[in-house]
Design a protein around this ligand. Structure first.
Ligand code: SF4
Length: 83
């Protein structure tokens, strides 16, 4: 399975993704996406891929669920393993 992630630097907050995938993406008060971080199941995957492909800023992505998403801190640098 995969998760939807948003690059908040690229995103311009116009909200197309929330229109295309309202099951997983809502907008905050400024119009920036709030993404449900639970894994995307097969029933939603096609819609998620559409939202990713239609993002005008290339700010959305589907990433494999097994990616290590621990925040990088000075204590975790060097402790990560490849998997
Ligand atoms: S469609 Fe892309 S640029 Fe627009 S709000 Fe969603 S993530 Fe941001």
């Amino acid at each position: 399975m995969a998760r939807i992630v948003v690059d908040r630097i690229r995103c311009d907050g116009r909200g197309l993704c929330a229109e295309l995938l309202p099951e997983r993406i809502t907008l905050d008060e400024w119009g920036y996406p709030l993404v449900d971080a639970t894994p995307v199941d097969a029933a939603v995957e096609a819609y998620a891929l559409t939202a990713v492909s239609q993002c005008p800023r290339l700010a959305l992505a589907l990433v494999p669920d097994r990616v290590d998403r621990r925040p990088v801190t000075t204590t975790t640098i060097g402790s990560r393993t490849r998997g």
